[in-house]
Design a protein around this ligand. Structure first.
Ligand code: GLU
Length: 761
């Protein structure tokens, strides 16, 4: 206190500031703070006191020099000492201040979680900061990320994250390279596919790190960086103050507040039963807008806290300043800022009680994505499949996107016209769609292209399935389909030599022969018995020596066959008995011949169109007809992952039979045609529909085995997914997609229906 006296005489309070040489920013902030205290109307000002800064520069990390400057300052009678920033020196200054009972104010990051009696550190406490980063990572929903830190202290700042159970986050940790070239580490991170990066380094290095990240292509819309450095900004003091005197009844809070106000300063006595969270308190204090000096006694039952608190609550340049019972600044407000096209925008806030809150609305994020897409050129990877994307046939040599045409190109044109972006079509190598290697977990084809961010979008007849959806983002589907079988159409065969027998079955033919023989014998026997069949061989001789019977065995058979063939015969029965047999036989032959004739006509006109397989079950039960699917597609994946016995059996067959998989749908259709009924191809109904209209000898067999959709794929976490989804939906609703489908499916079609027409003529 002796030290303070000379200064007090002039109502000037000296305040020492120690700054590392070259640390201009701290010095400017210090000057600003002093000016602000001196200029802002407050109780301090009214007491006619002024702060007067005394600034000393010291070489960084030089404790000896620092201690000499501190002594010098103390001799000049400073009321408090501020700084310096470097850790060792500051600790040294702190202990001197403690010995002389002079307050020491620091604003530096101090990972040691302890302090001396006379020191106060305005820098947010490491434990709270660490919690803030954890909350932020949770808020963004990151499940895997890479921590890129500069020095060991950085890891202390991030300790809460490192303490999380391994199943919550997949964290990889990497240290920034020493020196100024950070590319090797960044390249390594990129190679391992980490897109979320938590960057902890000195503020002045951030720009360089990000610049180098951009040079190696890590500043795409799919990379997310959380930068842990705190950048203070102006904080505007809160809104209205509480009602001045009275009993307030908002949320069952019965308080009596009394006090005197003289415009800026509020001297108040507060007593109350606030029943928001059972808080019975008696508060006395002086508050002057920014700062609140208070004595608090109470039973606050938020977390069962019976407190007698004395302290200072105030709002400074870095927002709310409050010290906990140990004198640490654990409760503070952080703003979460995001880089938008217009610069930094506040995206949310954090404090100890409420955690991290994202305050940007869906609409704001959506609008940002739309703005981000305008005039951007997206790289679109694709695989050739008719009629989705095909090479355009032209007499001239074509360049750029003009080389390609098809349903998907038209769809892309529509979407890009809606959203105002450009695109470059790049065909994928080997026309591979993308499947995951079950053993290594690696993707191939277009999906790998998206994952490595070499492409911004993948479009073709790309099926949305669970496995892919886990790896990349899909938009709303633009077409629905299911797996089906495509097979050779059964051919009309030349009638065989014995095809006249086909109207009646073999049994019927055998019965008829038996009936014929039987009837002939009965006729023969009856004719032997009846006297009326014994005729006079010479009608002129009334007394013949012998009579003659025309129904010999041979004649009986001749008679029966004559009537069976509907031809009649020159011998006819005379006796009633034989006539009855003949009548019955004739009636029988009438029925038989009529039905034979009718059936024969039908057999000759109807093409026999039976197919040996009618469904997937039929396929799975036989081995004569081989079957397969496209190697790297969703159809093969469907069979691989199915739990139904039939499909499992089919997968086992396909997987163990060499040569049943093909490298493209077109190859599959060709093989079905070439193998002439010995190969069936499993493919998707929309493609089958297209092909069967053009290859007339192919036909879809059976119904759909499943139901799924095609969508546009984007890299995981792409900001454009929802915007493009919206565009797809609106194209659905305006029927544009249906019109496009009709256009591309009907183009050049009608060949097969004409062929059928000709044959029936
Ligand atoms: N549409 C399939 C896919 O996205 C390719 C064709 C197929 O597997 O039948 O993988």
């Amino acid at each position: 206190t002796n030290n303070l006296n000379p200064a007090r005489r002039h109502n000037n309070i000296l305040k020492g500031g120690l700054f590392d040489r070259g640390d201009l920013r701290q010095e400017v902030a210090f000057q600003y703070a002093v000016d602000r205290v001196n200029s802002v109307k407050s109780s301090f000002r009214r007491s006619r006191s002024r702060l007067q800064p005394v600034i000393e520069h010291i070489p960084p990390y030089d404790s000896f020099h620092a201690s000499k400057r501190v002594c010098h300052l103390l001799r000049s009678g400073v009321a408090a000492i501020f700084g310096p920033q470097s850790g060792q020196t500051s600790a040294h200054v702190q202990s001197i201040c403690d010995a002389f009972a002079v307050p020491h104010i620091e604003t530096r990051w101090d990972y040691r979680m302890r302090r001396d009696d006379y020191s106060v550190n305005l820098y947010p406490h490491p434990s709270s900061l660490s919690k803030a980063y954890l909350d932020l990572v949770r808020l963004f929903g990151w499940t895997s990320f890479c921590i890129l830190y500069e020095d060991n202290e950085g890891l202390i700042r991030l300790q809460e994250l490192l303490k999380t159970p391994p199943q919550e986050f997949e964290i990889s940790i990497r240290q920034l390279d020493r020196g100024s070239d950070f590319r090797p580490t960044l390249r390594e991170i990129k190679r391992l596919g980490d897109t979320n990066i938590l960057l902890d380094c000195q503020t002045d290095k951030i720009v360089e790190v990000l610049k180098q990240a951009q040079q190696i292509g890590m500043m795409t819309p799919y990379n997310n960086f959380i930068i842990t450095s705190l950048v203070s900004h102006h904080h505007f003091p809160g809104e209205s103050s509480p009602p001045w005197m009275g009993v307030s009844d908002g949320d069952t809070e019965y308080q009596l507040r009394m006090g005197v106000s003289d415009g800026d300063t509020e001297y108040q006595l507060r007593m109350g039963v606030s029943d928001g969270d059972t808080e019975y308190q008696l508060r006395m204090g002086v508050s002057d807008g920014d700062t609140e000096y208070q004595l608090r006694m109470g039973v606050s039952d938020g977390d069962t806290e019976y407190q007698l608190r004395m302290g200072v609550n105030m709002t400074g340049l870095t927002g709310h300043i409050e010290f906990d019972s140990l004198g640490f600044r654990t409760n503070f407000d952080l703003d979460i800022v995001e880089l938008d096209l217009q610069g930094f925008v506040k995206a949310g806030s954090w404090n100890l009680v409420l955690g991290a809150n994202y305050t940007r609305t869906y609409q704001e994020v959506h609008d940002q994505a739309i703005r981000g897409l305008k005039n951007k050129t997206l790289i679109v990877t694709f695989a050739f499949t008719d009629p989705y994307i095909m090479r355009k046939k032209s007499a001239h040599s074509l360049t750029g996107n003009d080389r390609f045409e098809g349903f998907c190109v038209s769809l892309l044109d529509e979407i890009s016209a809606l959203l105002g972006f450009n695109y470059t079509l790049v065909p994928i190598k080997d026309n591979v769609y993308g499947t995951k290697n079950v053993e290594t977990g690696e993707w191939n084809g277009m999906i790998a292209e998206l994952l490595s961010q070499r492409a911004d979008m993948a479009i073709t007849d790309l099926t949305i399935n669970y496995e892919r959806e886990e790896a990349v983002d899909f938009t709303m589907p633009f077409m629905n389909l299911g797996i089906s079988i495509i097979y050779k159409k059964p051919q009309k065969m030349a009638p065989s030599l014995f095809s006249f027998l086909s109207p009646l079955s073999v049994e019927v033919w055998i019965y008829m022969i038996t009936a014929y023989v039987g009837v002939s014998m009965i006729l023969y026997i009856l004719a032997r018995f009846t006297p009326y069949e014994w005729q006079n061989p010479h009608p002129c001789d009334p007394e013949p020596e012998s009579l003659e019977n025309q129904f010999t065995m041979v004649n009986c058979m001749w008679f029966a066959i004559g009537s069976l063939m509907q031809q009649g015969c020159d011998i006819l029965p005379h006796a009633v008995s034989t006539r009855m047999v003949a009548g019955m036989w004739w009636f029988f032959t009438l029925i038989m011949i009529s039905s034979y004739t009718a059936n024969l006509a039908a057999f000759l006109t109807v093409e026999r169109m039976d197919s040996p397989i009618e469904s997937a079950e039929d396929l799975s039960k036989q081995t004569k007809i081989k079957y397969g699917a496209y190697r790297s597609g969703s159809t093969a994946a469907f069979f691989r992952d199915s739990t139904l016995p039939t499909y499992q059996r089919m997968w086992q067959y396909m997987n163990s039979t060499p040569g049943v998989f093909v490298d493209s749908n077109a190859d599959g259709y060709q093989r079905v045609q070439d193998d002439n009924g010995l190969y069936a191809f499993l493919s998707e109904s929309t493609s089958i529909e297209y092909v069967t209209e053009r290859k007339c000898d192919l036909v879809q067999v059976g119904g759909l085995l499943d139901s799924k959709s095609y969508g546009i794929a984007l890299p995981p976490g792409s900001p454009y997914t929802s915007v493009i989804s919206d565009a797809v939906l609106s194209l659905h609703e305006s029927s544009t997609i249906q019109v496009l489908k009709r256009k591309w499916w009907k183009k050049g079609q009608g060949k097969c229906s004409k062929v059928r027409h000709c044959t029936s003529n």
